[in-house]
Design a protein around this ligand. Structure first.
Ligand code: F6P
Length: 323
């Protein structure tokens, strides 16, 4: 039986984390469960940086980006001693269960805490990169994509006016979800993603054909792409094709901030509530997500190990549409 739960956000913040916090705290309140917020992710857990949270503390946060519980990198949590202290802090505060909101790194930390220290916990899938298993979409992905898309539309205006080629770098350390989804939505001519060994020769030939016919081109580059970032690629293409007028734009952390979209708020509300009700139903050591429209609880080890791939038909779709 759970009477007191704690929650934290960790890793890269993502728009919608606040909406998830709100859903956890208010669902806990609905079920008569006390909620404690842990500040600064796992670092605050090791240091015992806890705050009490009630439903009224959740006012006016659903629309805010970032995370009111803040996030941090924790060196001490990487050690067994640090994790033992974290577990002891939870026990000392009378906390029965923990909810960890974050992406792959956060869920790996949660998995260690549960297997090694026996902490009862559930993870909530949240990262703009959308690269965590156990959920078709992760909290923050939709907002980050919409932010990047808006930037690309603006860049297209100026690119078209000058007949320029723009290399736009988007986030995505290990995967190209943001790059591929926004590339198709923005009508980009080419997308470079880490999942696919793209060929610079192929890129150059696409640009040579398209720029002759269309004038401007947009090439979206995922930051984790094997060929290097947008600047490196642009330099390589510029060397081979000195006739191109090339510009580079790195969108960076712009994509992490901002008010969450409706899709992210709804996802966060569903996952936050499901995490609490999952714990009440006896579930733990898993990641709560939505797979094919339904709430699912995927064992932590499986969710972390899953190598989520961009939908295979999307590259073909991009090539077909970018004529
Ligand atoms: O949260 C994921 C992410 O935004 C990646 O896309 C990016 O590579 C990384 O975090 C940046 O991390 P930091 O904020 O520590 O620079």
């Amino acid at each position: 039986m759970i009477t007191h739960l704690a929650l934290l956000t960790s890793g890269g913040d993502a728009p919608g984390m606040n909406a998830a916090i709100r859903a956890v705290v208010r669902t806990a309140h609905f079920h008569g469960i006390k909620a404690t917020g842990i500040m600064d992710g796992y670092d605050g857990l090791v240091k015992g940086n806890f705050i009490e949270l009630g439903p009224r503390d959740m006012r006016n946060i659903v629309q805010r980006g970032g995370t009111m519980l803040r996030s941090a990198r924790s060196e001490s949590f990487r050690t067994v001693e640090g994790r033992a202290t974290a577990a002891k802090n939870l026990r000392d505060a009378g906390i029965d269960a923990l909810i960890c909101i974050g992406g792959g790194g956060t869920q790996a930390g949660a998995h260690q805490l549960s297997t090694e220290q026996g902490v009862k916990l559930i993870g909530v899938a949240s990262t703009i990169d959308n690269d965590l298993g156990g959920s078709d979409r992760t909290i923050g992905f939709d907002t980050a994509c919409n932010t990047a898309l808006e930037a690309m539309d603006r860049l297209r205006d100026t690119a078209a006016s000058y007949g320029r080629i723009f290399f736009v770098e988007v986030m995505g350390r290990d995967t190209g979800f943001i790059a591929m989804h926004t590339g198709i939505a923005a009508g980009a001519e080419y997308v470079m993603v880490p999942e696919r060994r793209e060929n610079v020769n192929e890129l150059v030939s696409v640009l040579e054909n398209r720029s002759k016919e269309k004038g401007s081109c947009i090439v979206v580059v995922a930051e984790g792409d094997e060929e290097g970032g947008a600047f490196k690629l642009a330099a390589e293409v510029g060397k081979r094709c000195p006739q191109f007028d090339i510009r580079v734009s790195v969108l960076g952390h712009l994509q992490r901030g901002g008010s969450p979209t409706m899709a992210d708020r709804l996802l966060a509300a569903r996952l936050g509530a499901a995490a609490v009700e999952g714990l009440i139903a006896g579930k733990h050591s898993c990641v709560v997500g939505i797979v094919q429209g339904a709430i699912t609880f995927t064992p932590h080890a499986k969710a972390i190990a899953e190598k989520k791939m961009i939908e295979p038909d999307l590259m073909r779709l991009l090539t077909m549409l970018a004529v």
